[in-house]
Structures are given as structure tokens and as C-alpha cells.
Design a protein around this ligand. Structure first.
Ligand code: GLA
Length: 381
């Protein structure tokens, strides 16, 4: 759904809005499953996201319309219920996370063009966007850190022990810049994303395998276990981030095979992020592409968070000159791949991927070019 349609619904239902917020989705060039290991990530806010329009009302109720599905919910601020499924749970979780503030009644319409469950942070966009809506409606003056932390607290209610990458990017993104985020200090520098003719594409497998939450939390627990063993038998590291690639041969004998695989993926992936930043600075896109493929190999073979559909899409690109690199993006087990191409993909390439993927998996993938956009706090409201 586009911005105008959402605005029109608001105007026709409630009148002129007091505030508007655009919360983008996020893509990640490289640095997967590194954020909760205090490592590096290289994400950016994308040109697809969720728009919110809101206006204060005089009741003690939030009246919320999800424009994409046409559903409407009314939340009594004195007696909030606790939905477990559906989009309204994100709103409830934010209200809980903001229980220290006095929240008053409002009318809200939201909607957008982010595919749900595609690993491009549609839920974080809703959560961060709603925090910002409440911030603006109540003149709370929340800074970036408060919005990010409130959204993270709210999303913890979903049971996933996620990292900080998604919310940080959605809030702090800047047009045409990737964010080199150091998750040990939660500080960043911006990297000019000047790709020349090259483009970044997301290809959505349109599958999301079960156990995403369980497996994600399990990987995180395995990394913590590896750290704990290394603290006892090697040296006092705080996180996998504190280890270098040249130490891998030393820790190999100290960890069970699976934990060594997990740890070595994370240690190498951190280095790949730094190498990718260098490749972007030098405009060495062939090198950047190789790093994406290496990241995918690690995610698939050592971290074991890929799936058949993701592997198929990455493998497909290997024989195509239009592609310099590809890898699964986000938590894994479905969702999207991110692809570095030499230019805008022509019609034949797009239909070739669509057709062969559909022949193989019985479902058509979504192929979309992504641009680097402003995050919530940098968008002209
Ligand atoms: C999900 C989480 C992020 C990050 C990625 C994997 O998107 O929300 O914090 O851990 O998976 O890199």
C-alpha cells in the first residue's frame, strides 16, 4: 500500500493528522548473526517501509486501522488486553514498554509495502514507528537511543532474543549511507554507499520455516556457551567479537565441533564486515561480491541458518554474470537473499529466476531493487 492511500484513509476516517512517521525496513549488506555477539554489521534503511498517520483524540482509547488488511482494533488504555498473534501485539508490547509515560487517546492508520516475515524487519518497523508516533503525539522528546531501546524491550515480548541491528538502522538510517555499527559500543560510522551502476536486490523466497524463534535463540545460546568455555580454557573474552581470525586454530581444540563452527563463522564474519567496508571505499565490487558469497557459505555450512530455497537462490546467481555476489539476509530459515548486481536486471534475467524458482518450489519469488533511505529520525516528517 502506498503513502497516499494510507493518508487518504486517515483523512476520510479521522480528519487531518497531527503527525506522520515513515519507518523503513532494513537490509544488511553483510554481518549476519554478529550483532548479538558484540560484533560488526553493515545495514541500511531501505526505500520500503511503514507509514503512520496519527491524531490525538479526547478518549482514553487508541483506535488503530491496519490499512493493508483493513483490520481495526481499539485499545482501551485503562484495560489493555494482551493479544499474542496479529499486528496489534506490537502495539500492546510498545504500550507496555512505555508504561512509564502517560499515553492518551489517539487515532492511527498505518500500512506500507514491506513484505511480512521476509527478514527485512517489518515488525521492527511497526514497533519503532509506533514508539516515534507516541513520542511526537506526547512531545516526549525521545532520542535515538531511547526509541531503539524501547522498541527492543517491546519486541522481546515476542520471545526472540534479537540483537540491536534492525531497530538501530530503522531509527538512524541516512540516505545513501550504510551504517557500520559496532555492537560492542552501539556506536556507528556512516559509509558512503556509492555503488556506481551496481545495484542491490532483495529476492524473497516467500518461505519462512518453522522454529525460527527456537533456532535463533539456540544459535545465540551456543555462542554464549562457546564464550563461556573460552573464558574457562583460553582467555577472558567478553564476547566472540573479542577473538581474531588468526586465533581460530588455537580455539579449535577447546570447543566441541558445533560450537567451533558457530564461533568461527562469527569471528570470520566480523572480519568480512570490515573487509566489505574497505571494498566499498575502494569501489572494488568484485571483492564485495566475493565477501557476500563467503558470508553465505558460512551461514549455510557453519552457522546452519540457511534453507534449501535460500541456497538455491544464491547458487542460481553463481552462473550469471549480472550477479557479483549473493547471500541470505537476516535471521535465516527463509526470507530474502541480498544480491549485488552489475546494474539493473533485465527482464529476461528476472523472468528466468522467477520461472526456475517456481518450477522448483511451486511459488514465485519476489524480486525487488532496494535503495538506501533515511531512517525514522532523519526523514522529513
Ligand atoms: C534478526 C535479528 C537481528 C540480527 C539478525 C541476524 O534480524 O532481529 O538482530 O541478529 O536476525 O543477523
Amino acid at each position: 500500500m502506498d503513502k497516499e492511500a494510507i493518508y487518504t484513509t486517515f483523512k476520510d476516517t479521522f480528519g487531518i493528522p497531527d503527525v506522520s512517521v515513515f519507518a523503513p525496513g532494513r537490509a544488511n549488506i553483510i554481518g549476519e548473526h554478529t550483532d548479538y555477539n558484540d560484533g560488526f554489521v553493515l545495514p541500511f534503511a531501505i526505500n520500503h517501509g511503514v507509514w503512520f498517520y496519527a491524531r490525538r483524540n479526547t478518549s482514553d482509547k487508541l483506535s488503530i486501522i491496519a490499512r493493508d488488511t483493513g483490520e481495526q482494533t481499539v485499545i482501551d488504555l485503562h484495560r489493555p488486553s494482551n493479544p499474542v498473534f496479529g499486528w496489534d501485539r506490537f502495539f500492546m508490547q510498545v504500550l507496555q514498554a512505555m508504561s512509564g509515560h502517560t499515553i492518551k487517546g489517539a487515532d492511527i492508520v498505518f500500512g506500507g509495502d514491506l513484505p511480512i516475515g521476509a527478514g527485512i524487519s517489518s515488525s521492527s518497523a511497526i514497533t519503532c514507528g509506533f514508539v516515534r508516533v507516541l513520542d511526537l503525539l506526547h512531545d516526549l522528546g525521545l532520542g535515538s537511543e531511547e526509541i531503539v531501546n524501547t522498541a527492543i524491550t517491546a519486541e522481546r515480548g515476542s520471545g526472540v532474543r534479537g540483537g540491536i541491528m534492525d531497530q538501530y538502522t530503522i531509527v538512524n538510517g541516512v540516505k545513501n549511507k550504510a551504517i557500520l555499527l559496532d555492537c560492542s559500543t552501539n556506536s556507528h560510522s556512516f559509509i558512503d554507499l556509492d555503488l556506481g551502476q551496481h545495484q542491490l536486490y532483495l529476492i524473497n523466497t516467500r518461505v519462512k520455516h518453522n522454529l525460527v524463534h527456537t533456532d535463533y535463540n539456540n544459535r545465540r545460546a551456543q555462542c554464549e556457551e562457546a564464550v563461556s568455555l573460552l573464558q574457562q580454557h583460553y582467555r577472558p573474552v567478553m564476547a566472540l567479537r573479542d577473538l581474531r581470525v588468526d586465533e581460530l586454530y588455537k580455539i579449535e581444540k577447546l570447543l566441541p565441533d558445533t560450537l567451533f563452527n558457530r564461533a568461527s563463522f562469527v569471528i570470520q564474519e566480523n572480519q568480512r564486515v570490515l573487509d566489505a567496508v574497505e571494498a566499498i571505499r575502494l569501489k572494488n565490487f568484485a571483492q564485495l561480491g566475493e565477501l557476500l558469497y563467503a558470508s553465505h557459505d558460512g551461514l549455510s555450512q557453519m552457522y546452519d541458518v540457511s534453507c534449501e530455497e535460500l541456497d538455491w537462490l544464491v547458487n542460481f546467481t553463481l552462473d550469471h554474470d549480472d550477479f557479483l555476489g549473493a547471500r541470505m539476509m537476516g535471521g535465516g530459515f527463509g526470507g530474502c537473499t541480498i544480491n549485488l548486481t552489475t546494474g539493473i536486471l533485465d527482464y529476461n534475467t528476472v523472468s528466468d529466476i522467477e520461472k526456475k524458482y517456481e518450477d522448483r518450489f511451486g511459488i514465485k519469488p519476489d524480486i525487488m531493487m532496494v535503495l538506501c533511505e533515511d531512517g525514522i529520525l532523519n526523514k522529513g516528517q
